[in-house]
Structures are given as structure tokens and as C-alpha cells.
Design a protein around this ligand. Structure first.
Ligand SMILES: [Zn+2]
Ligand SMILES: [Zn+2]
Length: 350
């Protein structure tokens, strides 16, 4: 009883670590709400008919396209509102197109079969050409935009670190908050994975979930000891917990990813049946080397979070059943396979 009580309490105190606001919903609450979150109400105006290839002729402000009842609006009005500001400020030419504004990411990512109707702070916007002043103006004037991120480097370049001796590649959060969540759906349950989008690689990839489902269906996760060697915000390791693993070791060399992993353990703790029993909040080396225990959770499964180089993880992990390797698309996993083979009976490259 006591444990449950504490769990419920910690839900209410989960403030966003980036902005201290209400960006974090506990997983159960989010999963209850997500289906209706972006749905049009009975009074919502029909979808606008902007062409993505013809310049917008009208100026769009924060009232344009707004539903009188639910106060939400279609994505095109939100992006049109941003484009109007970009043109007023002279950053974009008068004939700029809606699709040139940037990449909008919905705050709670979920496959919805209809165009989303958006309310306050529902979009994190990634842009190529933007200044800090104008980013602040967008946050002030477009209520649906929660954060503005400036992309650096090529679109194909992964965010984070490729290797422990490379310098980190991150995007720049210019204004607002970049914390967003992806709802992960699998055969054996759902998870809500939060991430600081300017510091974590953007993924739209269901094949990883499919590979986890294959492991699950073959009974390989049940009661297993699993190492998630490049865990990022924790998706595959925490799926292993859902899938019945007895012990899961999550490791990454990139500290911002692990801070998200720890948040995700807390957010999903009632779905996972585990509670945090140890957390090192003071450690602040960005890139790990020898493994350092950052957090531990226990319950249905034992979960350890390590900050370190995968090639040194054998200092703390003596044996495991499965080692999952999920590196960036540009990295050949072969260079880490030797280290992982020493850790584990089976390697799974995702
Ligand atoms: Zn926030
Ligand atoms: Zn409405």
C-alpha cells in the first residue's frame, strides 16, 4: 500500500526538468487522454484548403481559424501564423511557402488517422533559418508553439554523440521548451517516452519495435537479463521490462539521453511495475567513460542505468542473455560488437 501511495504522489510532483512547467503527464493519464487529445470538436471549422505549393496571400494571426468552442485549430493555421511573423520580420520572402517554415513535431507524438487540431503548446518546431529574437516572438504570438529549435548541420546528421571521442552534435533550443513525448505501441504494452528534442535523435522508426516484438514472441525477453547498450531515452530497455525481463541494464555515453531515461522510468513506473530506489542527480560529465551507476529501480524487474562507454561496460556487467545494439544509422555497429559479445550470450542489432 505504502509503495503505491508514494508512486501516486510522485506523479503529481513531476515537473518538467527543462522549463519547470506541466510538460510531463504520467503515462497512464496520457494513454487515457491521447485518443481525444487532437480530435476536432463538433464546432471545429472544416479543414482549411491551403496549398502547400502556393504562397499564403492572407496574414494569419492567433485568431485565424480558431474554433470558438474548443479553442483549437488546424496545423496549417498554426504554421501560417508562424510564416506571417517570419515574413513581417523580413526573414522569409513574401512568396515563401508554408512547407518552408520548418518541421512541426506534435508534443505528444501518436499515430492519429486525422489532421490534428492543436491547442496551447502542442507543437515543438524545428527550423533551419531562425534567430533567437524571432523565435521568442513566435513563442509569444503563436500559442500552439511550445518550443523553437534551430537545426544545425545536415538533416541527416544524428543528434547526440556518435562515439565517446567525438564531440556532441546538438540542435539549439532558442525559445520555450523542447520536452516532448512519443507514445510507443507494442504487442505487449505501451510506453510514453519523453525526450529533450534538441538533444536526442529524432526517430520515426517502427522496425525497432517490430524487432522487440519478435524477441518477445519467441519468449526471449521472459525472465532474461537484457543490456540496452546505446539506450538513448530508454525505449528498447524499458520495452524489455514490459516484455518480462528480470533485469535490464540501460547504458549510454550521452548524459542528456540518460536524464531522459530516468524521467521515463518515473513517468512509466506504474506501467512497468518498478520504482526508483537510487538516483545520482549531481553527476554532470556530458560524455561517459568508465561506467557510473546513475539510477536504479526495482519491482517486477531490476533496472540499472549506467553512464559509460559500452566498451567498458564489462566492468559492471558480468553476464547477460541479450545485448541490444541500437546505434545511429551512420555508425557501423561492427566496431562495438566485440565488446558486446563479451557481455552477453546473444547480440541483437536493431
Ligand atoms: Zn517543459
Ligand atoms: Zn473545436
Amino acid at each position: 500500500m505504502n509503495g503505491n501511495f508514494n508512486t501516486v504522489n510522485s506523479f503529481h510532483s513531476l515537473k518538467c526538468p527543462t522549463c519547470n512547467g506541466d510538460c510531463i503527464l504520467p503515462a497512464r493519464k496520457l494513454l487515457d487522454d491521447i485518443l481525444g487529445m487532437y480530435m476536432a470538436c463538433g464546432s471545429c471549422p472544416p479543414d482549411p484548403v491551403f496549398s502547400k505549393n502556393i504562397p499564403l496571400s492572407n496574414n494569419i494571426d492567433d485568431h485565424t481559424g480558431l474554433c470558438p468552442e474548443c479553442k483549437k485549430r488546424h496545423l496549417d493555421f498554426v504554421m501560417g501564423n508562424v510564416l506571417t511573423i517570419l515574413k513581417e520580420k523580413g526573414l522569409f520572402p513574401r512568396d515563401a511557402l508554408l512547407r518552408e517554415v520548418g518541421t512541426p513535431l506534435i508534443s505528444f507524438g501518436y499515430q492519429i488517422p486525422y489532421p490534428p487540431r492543436l491547442g496551447s503548446k502542442d507543437i515543438v518546431l524545428i527550423m533551419d533559418s531562425i534567430t533567437k529574437d524571432i523565435a521568442e516572438e513566435i513563442i509569444k504570438k503563436v500559442p500552439e508553439i511550445k518550443g523553437v529549435i534551430k537545426r544545425k548541420g545536415l538533416q541527416s546528421q544524428s543528434i547526440g554523440i556518435l562515439d565517446t571521442d567525438s564531440s556532441p552534435h546538438t540542435y539549439e533550443l532558442l525559445s520555450g521548451c523542447d520536452m516532448r513525448c512519443d507514445v510507443i505501441l507494442s504487442l505487449f504494452g505501451e510506453l510514453c517516452i519523453y525526450k529533450n528534442q534538441s538533444r536526442i535523435h529524432i526517430e520515426f522508426n517502427n522496425t525497432k519495435i517490430k524487432k522487440m516484438e519478435e524477441l518477445y514472441l519467441r519468449g526471449e525477453l521472459e525472465n532474461a537479463v537484457v543490456v540496452d547498450g546505446f539506450c538513448g531515452p530508454g525505449t528498447l530497455g524499458l520495452l524489455s521490462v514490459l516484455g518480462g525481463a528480470r533485469k535490464v541494464i540501460l547504458n549510454d555515453a550521452w548524459l542528456p539521453a540518460l536524464r531522459n531515461t530516468i524521467l521515463n522510468i518515473k513517468v512509466n513506473s506504474s506501467l512497468l511495475g518498478i520504482n526508483m530506489v537510487f538516483e545520482n542527480q549531481d553527476h554532470n560529465e556530458l560524455i561517459g567513460d568508465e561506467p557510473l551507476l546513475l539510477a536504479k529501480a526495482t519491482g517486477k524487474s531490476e533496472v540499472m542505468v549506467y553512464h559509460g562507454d559500452i566498451r567498458k561496460l564489462d566492468m559492471v556487467v558480468k553476464e547477460s542473455d541479450i545485448c541490444i545494439i541500437d546505434t545511429f544509422p551512420s555508425i557501423n555497429p561492427a566496431r562495438f560488437m566485440g565488446a558486446c559479445k563479451d557481455l552477453s550470450k546473444k547480440l541483437v542489432i536493431i
